[in-house]
Structure formats: structure tokens, C-alpha cells
Design a binder for this molecule. Structure first.
Ligand code: PLP
Length: 380
């Protein structure tokens, strides 16, 4: 074993069964899905099947699934496209939670530059959006509300079902970033009551660079990527057939293994926490809130996260400080600051995230490395 990979919230390894399903489309079946000839038709049939699978896994209709280049594009599209379409009804107000992924925060910033009135919804100290904080901010002019289901840094689950009826009543669009939720809970867009929801394939053992946006039928969204008539004219670009096939296979397998995976990952989290129990001054951020077992946000008092990451890496343990996108930057996490943590406490926080491929032995070893590394850093 060269290293133990506990950074599954950043990305997950491709499942070998998924690779098998993709291979024909990377070789013999290379056709452009828009070509009317036999090779093209074969590709389109594969895309249609993939769309049916993704729709079934999310509780949507196939015609409500739009393939994208991943979670970032889906988030950008939902927020920009949704708000711009609603502006035509005279709605100019946008609500975004402070703990969103940078993909969503970037889109919100873009809307502000376009003249939208963008307002941020706070979180409590556990990292959860309070329903009352959404209700208090909804206006007759609200165009769009954006709140993620599972936070990528803390694993805290947001009360989407409780918020949805209020957003619906206001006439605004409700967009949910479901990227970290899809790997760890069964999603049903109708039961959740959302208008749009994004998912990303590489977070559940599918290929990178592929994802989808669910857009409820009847909801008007402006296109973001134009220039082709693909995806019912709403998202131009030659379809990435191998990735789409892999994405659907990965989501389907995730669904099939759902309960088994949940039990396994809970066990891994328990083992890790047992393994590091001898350390003092380690706190779970968002501990009191409902969280997915796959993501642990740990504050290690007195230890700088960048140093801990570096030293753990030397010992063969891959973990993260905050999210992957921010891990190379020196800025403390916006999510942890929004929870009322000090800059110092945010800089003492690391993220350990589990995947179904991780074994109990790996996690026991990871905990040992973690303990050893923290002890050595506290001595320095
Ligand atoms: C990873 C992630 C994204 C971005 O998805 P990509 O497919 O990597 O672009 C968006 N939102 C959340 C919550 C994520 O964890």
C-alpha cells in the first residue's frame, strides 16, 4: 500500500466496471451522437440509455436531464441561466447560502456584476441553513434561491425539503447543488421539491468532466453554452459519449450499493474516530448537525492544517484542508468562517473523507498516521 486516500470529497477513483462500460465508446463506437449514420445512431442510443438511467436514479424524467461538463458547469448554468430567465418576469433578487461551493459563489458574483441584488443566507454555528433565515429573506422579487444539499467541507446536510415549499410559494426558482449528496443519499428531485439540481460523475466513481443538471419540465432557463442544438437546444457541444456512459453506469452502481456503502462508510468513520480518540483537542465541526458519514471536518487545536497535510502526505496519507479547490490557497475556508469560527480555528481544520473503496485496514492505518503526525507537530 503506497498511500491511503481519504480525500473522496475531492474526487473518487473510477470503478473498474465503469471503465469496462466506457471502453467501447473510447474505441470502436466513436461516433458523434448527432450523426444520422449507424455509428452516430449507436452513440445516441447509448446517450439515451444513460439519460434514462440518470433520470431514474434522481426520480426525474429523461427529458429533464441535461448533460454538462461537470458540477461546476451545472452550478454556473443553473444560477446564471435561471436568474436571467426570471429577470424577464421583473425579478432581480437572488438568495445564495454563504457555504456554497466556489462554482455557485462565482455565478452569484457574476449576477451581482450584472446588476442583480444578491443576498447571502447565513448558517448557524453547526454549518446549517435555518429555514427561518430563508423565509425572512424571500421577496416578491426573488428570482432564484441556491442552497446545496450536502456541504463539501463539513458534510452537513441542509434541510432542503423544509425550505422548498416556501421558495415554491414565493414563485422563485429553487436550485440545489446535489454534487456531494448524490454519492451518499438517494436523491428524489420531486420529493425534495426542487426546480434544478446538479450532480457530478467523478464524486461517485465515474469519469471526471461529466455531470448533469436536472431542470424540472416547464422551468425556463437561459442557455450558458450555445452554438449547437444538442441537449434540446439548451447546451451546445458534441456529447462526451464515453463519459456520459460512464457517469450513468457509476450512478447506477452507486444506487445499487447504496445501503451497503452507507453501512461501510459509517463503520470507516467510527474506526477512524476510535483510532484518533487518544488525541486531545480534536473537534468535529458541525458535530451536532445531521451529517453524511463520508465527510469529517476536524479541528486539531494548535496544529496548522497546511503543515499537517504536508506531514501526513509524507507518511502516505492523503487528506484535505477544507475543499480541494481551496487547499492550495492560504485563505481560510469561507464555510468555517461562516460558522463563526476564528481564522485560526479554520486554519486548524482538516477534512477526512471516505469512499466505498477504502478498507477498514486502510482507515486504521490512516488513524495511526494521523495520531503520529499530530503528536510530532505538537511537540515542535
Ligand atoms: C466537486 C463539487 C463541485 C464541482 O464539480 P466538478 O464536477 O468537479 O466541476 C460542485 N459542488 C460541490 C458541492 C462539489 O463538491
Amino acid at each position: 500500500m503506497e498511500y491511503v486516500y481519504l480525500d473522496n470529497a475531492a474526487t473518487t477513483p473510477l470503478d473498474t466496471e465503469v471503465v469496462e462500460k466506457m471502453l467501447p465508446f473510447l474505441t470502436d463506437r466513436f461516433g458523434n451522437a448527432d450523426s444520422p449514420h449507424a455509428l452516430g445512431r449507436k452513440a445516441m442510443t447509448a446517450v439515451d440509455n444513460a439519460r434514462d438511467t440518470v433520470a431514474a436514479c434522481l426520480g426525474a424524467k429523461p427529458s429533464e436531464i441535461y448533460f454538462t461538463s461537470g458540477g461546476t458547469e451545472a452550478d454556473n448554468w443553473a444560477i446564471l441561466g435561471g436568474a436571467r430567465a426570471k429577470k424577464k418576469e421583473g425579478r432581480n433578487h437572488v438568495l445564495v447560502s454563504v457555504i456554497e461551493h466556489h462554482a455557485a459563489l462565482y455565478a452569484a458574483k457574476t449576477l451581482r456584476e450584472e446588476g442583480f441584488d444578491v443576498e447571502y443566507i447565513p448558517v448557524n454555528e453547526g454549518g446549517r441553513v435555518e429555514v427561518s433565515d430563508v423565509i425572512a429573506r424571500l421577496k416578491p422579487t426573488t428570482a432564484l434561491v441556491c442552497i446545496m444539499r450536502v456541504n463539501n467541507e463539513t458534510g452537513v446536510v441542509q434541510p432542503i425539503e423544509k425550505i422548498a415549499p416556501h421558495v415554491q410559494k414565493s414563485g422563485a426558482l429553487f436550485f440545489v447543488d446535489g454534487v456531494q449528496a448524490a454519492p451518499h443519499e438517494r436523491i428524489n428531485v420531486r420529493e425534495m421539491g426542487v426546480d434544478m439540481l446538479s450532480v457530478s460523475s467523478h464524486k461517485f466513481h465515474g469519469p471526471k468532466g461529466c455531470g448533469a443538471l436536472y431542470i424540472r419540465s416547464g422551468v425556463k432557463v437561459e442557455k450558458l453554452v450555445g452554438g449547437g442544438e444538442q441537449e434540446r437546444g439548451l447546451r451546445g457541444g458534441t456529447l462526451n459519449v464515453p463519459a456520459i456512459v460512464g457517469f450513468a453506469a457509476a450512478l447506477n452502481k452507486t444506487e445499487r450499493l447504496r445501503e451497503e456503502t452507507q453501512r461501510h462508510i459509517q463503520r470507516l468513520q467510527d474506526l477512524f474516530l476510535q483510532g484518533i480518540a487518544e488525541l486531545d483537542g480534536v473537534f468535529i465541526n458541525g458535530e451536532k448537525e445531521e451529517r453524511t458519514a463520508a465527510v469529517l471536518s476536524l479541528r486539531v487545536a494548535g496544529v496548522d492544517n497546511a503543515t499537517l497535510l504536508y506531514k501526513a502526505d509524507l507518511e502516505g496519507l492523503c487528506i484535505a484542508a477544507g475543499s480541494a479547490c481551496a487547499s492550495a490557497s492560504v485563505k481560510p475556508s469561507h464555510v468555517l468562517l461562516a460558522m463563526g469560527m476564528s481564522e485560526q480555528a479554520a486554519r486548524e481544520t482538516v477534512r477526512v473523507s471516505f469512499g466505498r473503496q477504502n478498507t477498514e485496514e486502510e482507515v486504521v492505518l490512516a488513524a495511526k498516521i494521523f495520531v503520529k503526525t499530530v503528536k510530532s507537530l505538537r511537540k515542535d
